[in-house]
Design a protein around this ligand. Structure first.
Ligand code: M6R
Length: 608
C-alpha cells in the first residue's frame, strides 16, 4: 500500500529509486513517480500504471540526473489514479517535494484554511495539502517546519521530503505507516520496507512512531517530535536478498507455498527444547498461564482465519474460552475485557492499521498484548508487550501462504503449551502432539509434490462463476481461508460456510455444475459432512472433497477427492490448506490474472 524510496549519496538517485520501488511492487500500486534534484532544481516525472512505464519514460532513470531524490508507488485513496494525483507532490513554486504513505485525515480543514490564504491545489490528494502546508510554514529551517506541520496533521504518514534550498538533505518521518532508513558507504536511503535497500546495504534503522530523520549523504540524524536529537541502534539484516527474489519460480506465491515446510520448521524448532515446548518470548510463568481466563485474538484477513483455527485448537486442547475478532470490529465495539483476559494480535506485516489500533485499544484498558508477527521490527512487533515471531522470512505475494502457515504453528504451540501447563492433556497426549507437530513439514512437502493433481483439476474450473467452501468445526476455519485464497487472486466469487448453515439459505444458490469444495478432516463430524455433501450434490453441485487418508467411502458423496496425510485432528488445517492454496493459484494462473499483485489489493494495509 504505497511504497516510498529515497536516496542521497554518491550514486545517481533515479536508478536506485526505480530499483527500490520495484522491490516494493508487492505492496500494490496503480501509479508511480519520482523527484530528483539536478543541482539547480527538482525535476518530477510521474506515470500511471506499472513501474515499467516510469522506467521507460525516464530511460531507466537516465533522463533524471542527480544524486538526491525521492520516489513513490501510489495506491489510490484520495483521487483516481492519474498523473496529477500521483506522487511526488510539490508546493506552488516547486521547491518543496513530498512523497507520502498513509492518510491525512484532517486534510479538508487544512486545505480550506490554505485555500483562504490564497493557495491553489492541482490534485485531489491529501498529500498535496502536506506539501502546501510545509510551504505555508516554511521559515528556512526544514526540520522546524516539518515538526510544526506534523503537529497539525492527523492520521497516518510515512513521509519523504526534499527542500530545493537544502539540496544536501532528505527528511523522513513516520506515524502509523512503515518506514525504514538505511546507510551504506555510498549514501543513505529511506524506504517503506527492507527489500528496497537490501541490494545496497544491510544496515537499517526502523523509524519509530513520530520520529523524524534528517539524511545527509554520509550521515543520519534522528529527532523526536520535540526536536531533540536521539541516538538509535542499527539493525543488521540477516536474511538474504535472494529470499525476496523469485529464485526461478514463476511467481512469488508459488515460491512461498514451496517454502512452507521450511517456514513451519523454522517457527516450530526454536521453541522445542529437549522435547518440551518453551516459548521464552511469551514472558509468562506457568502460574501466569494458569491464570488466563479468556483469550481474545484480533487480526484481519488471513491472519483472522488463522485466529479462527486458533480458537478451535486453544479451546479444544487447553480448554480456555477464545473470542476471535476482526481487528476493524474490535477497535470500535467497546469490547469487554475482564480480569484474566489475554490479547493476541496476529499479523504478517506487523503494520496492519486496524490490528495496530486493536492493540492500542487493549493496552489502553490495561491488558498486555502478545503479537504473533512475521516482520521483525514492525510497528506491531514494537507496540505489543511480547512478540512471538513467525519465522517465515519476507513474504512478497499479496496472497499470504507461508506466513499464514507459520501463524497456525505459533497458535498450535501456544495451545499445546497452555494445555500442558493446565494439565488438560496428559503426558502421553503431549508427546503425541509434539510428534505430530514435527511431522507437519514433511507432510506439507508431500502435498506440494502432488501439485499436478490440483493443477489438472483447477484447469477444469477456470470458467467457474461461484465456488462454495464448506466445513464443520476446524474445517470451517480452513474453508474461510481456502475461499479467500481463491477469490483474492482469481476474482471468482466464492464464499465459505459452516456446512450446517447451508440449509439456512445458501443451498438455494446451488445449481447444476456449481463447485463446492468440502473439507472433512474431523472424525466426529465426518458423517454430518457427508450428508451435507450429498445434499448439494443432489442439487447438481460438483463436489471436491479434501479429507484424511483412509476415508475411502467419501467417494460416494464427492466427485473428486484430495487426501491429506494423517495427523492430529487439531493440526489438519496445516495440511488441508495446501491443496486449497494450490487450487487458487492454478485457477489464477489459468485465468491469466496477476497472481502476485491482484487488482485493488495491497500487501500491507496501513490505512483503515
Ligand atoms: O499483514 P497482516 O497479516 O496483518 O495482513 C492481514 C490481511 O490484510 C492479510 O492476511 C490479507 O487478508 C491477505 N492478503 C490474504 O492473503
Amino acid at each position: 500500500m504505497c511504497g516510498i524510496v529515497g536516496f542521497i549519496g554518491k550514486r545517481q538517485a533515479a536508478p536506485v529509486i526505480l530499483d527500490g520501488l520495484a522491490k516494493l511492487e508487492y505492496r500494490g500500486y496503480d501509479s508511480a513517480g519520482m523527484a530528483v534534484f539536478d543541482g539547480e532544481k527538482v525535476n518530477v516525472t510521474k506515470a500511471v500504471g506499472r513501474l515499467k512505464v516510469l522506467e521507460e519514460l525516464t530511460h531507466g532513470g537516465e533522463t533524471m540526473p542527480g544524486t538526491v531524490g525521492i520516489g513513490h508507488t501510489r495506491w489510490a485513496t484520495h483521487g483516481v489514479p492519474n498523473d496529477v494525483n500521483s506522487h511526488p507532490h510539490c508546493n506552488r513554486d516547486k521547491t518543496i517535494t513530498v512523497v507520502h504513505n498513509g492518510i491525512i485525515e484532517n486534510y479538508i480543514p487544512l486545505k480550506n484554511k490554505l485555500l483562504k490564504k490564497g493557495y491553489d491545489f492541482v490534485s485531489e490528494t491529501d498529500t498535496e495539502v502536506a506539501a502546501q502546508l510545509l510551504d505555508y510554514y516554511y521559515n528556512g529551517n526544514p526540520l522546524e517546519t516539518i515538526l510544526k506541520v506534523l503537529h497539525r496533521i492527523e492520521g497516518s504518514y510515512a513521509l519523504g521530503i526534499m527542500f530545493a534550498d537544502h539540496p544536501g538533505e532528505i527528511f523522513a518521518a513516520r506515524k502509523g505507516s512503515p518506514l525504514i532508513v538505511g546507510q551504506s558507504a555510498d549514501g543513505c536511503f529511506i524506504a517503506s520496507d527492507v527489500p528496497a535497500v537490501l541490494r545496497y546495504t544491510r544496515t537499517v534503522y526502523f523509524v519509530a512512531e513520530q520520529e523524524v530523520v534528517r539524511l545527509e549523504a554520509d550521515h543520519m540524524h534522528f529527532y523526536t517530535m520535540d526536536e531533540e536529537e536521539i541516538e538509535k541502534e542499527p539493525t543488521t539484516i540477516e536474511w538474504d536478498a535472494d529470499a525476496a527474489e523469485k529464485a526461478g519460480y514463476e511467481h512469488f506465491m508459488l515460491k512461498e507455498m514451496y517454502e512452507q515446510p521450511k517456514t513451519v520448521t523454522d517457527t516450530l524448532l526454536p521453541r522445542l527444547k529437549k522435547d518440551r515446548i518453551e516459548i521464552e518470548e511469551l514472558g509468562m510463568s506457568d502460574d501466569e498461564i494458569r491464570e488466563v481466563r479468556k483469550i481474545h485474538i484480533v487480526a484481519c484477513g488471513s491472519a483472522y482465519h488463522a485466529g479462527v483455527t486458533g480458537k478451535y485448537v486453544l479451546e479444544g486442547l487447553a480448554r480456555i474460552p477464545v473470542e476471535v475478532d476482526l481487528a476493524s470490529e474490535f477497535r470500535y465495539r467497546n469490547p469487554i475485557l475482564e480480569e484474566g483476559a489475554m490479547v493476541i494480535a496476529v499479523s504478517q506485516s506487523g503494520e496492519t492499521a486496524d490490528t495496530l489500533a486493536a492493540i492500542r485499544e487493549a493496552k489502553q484498558r490495561g491488558f498486555a498484548v502478545l503479537g504473533i508477527v512475521n516482520v521483525v521490527g514492525s510497528s506491531i512487533a514494537r507496540e505489543a508487550d511480547h512478540v512471538m515471531y513467525t519465522w517465515a522470512g519476507p513474504e512478497i505475494a499479496v496472497a499470504t501462504t507461508k506466513a499464514y502457515s507459520a501463524q497456525l504453528i505459533a497458535l498450535y504451540l501456544l495451545a499445546v503449551k497452555f494445555a500442558c501447563v493446565k494439565k488438560t492433556v496428559d503426558e502421553r497426549m503431549y508427546r503425541l502432539l509434539l510428534r505430530d507437530l514435527k511431522r507437519l513439514p514433511d507432510q506439507i512437502e508431500l502435498l506440494l509434490n502432488n501439485k499436478e493433481k490440483i493443477q489438472h483439476f483447477a484447469n477444469r474450473y477456470i470458467g467457474a462463476r461461484d465456488v462454495f467452501f464448506i466445513g464443520r468445526g476446524i474445517d470451517y476455519a480452513i474453508s474461510l481461508e481456502g475461499s479467500l485464497k481463491l477469490k483474492e487472486i482469481s476474482y471468482i466469487h466464492s464464499e465459505a460456510y459452516a456446512a450446517g448453515e447451508l440449509k439456512h439459505g445458501t443451498i438455494s444458490l446451488i445449481e447444476e455444475g456449481t463447485l463446492v469444495a468440502a473439507v472433512l478432516t474431523q472424525e466426529k463430524l465426518y458423517k454430518k459432512m457427508i450428508s451435507n455433501m450429498v445434499e448439494v450434490r443432489t442439487r447438481g453441485a460438483f463436489v471436491l472433497a479434501v479429507t484424511n487418508e483412509g476415508n475411502g467411502d467419501v467417494k460416494r458423496a464427492a466427485d473428486y477427492v484430495i487426501y491429506i496425510p494423517e495427523t492430529n485432528q487439531y493440526f489438519t488445517n496445516s495440511l488441508a490448506i495446501i491443496p486449497l492454496q494450490l487450487f487458487g493459484y492454478y485457477i489464477s494462473v489459468g485465468k491469466g490474472c496477476d497472481v502476485d499483485k491482484p487488482r485493488n489489493l495491497a500487501k500491507s494495509v496501513t490505512v483503515e
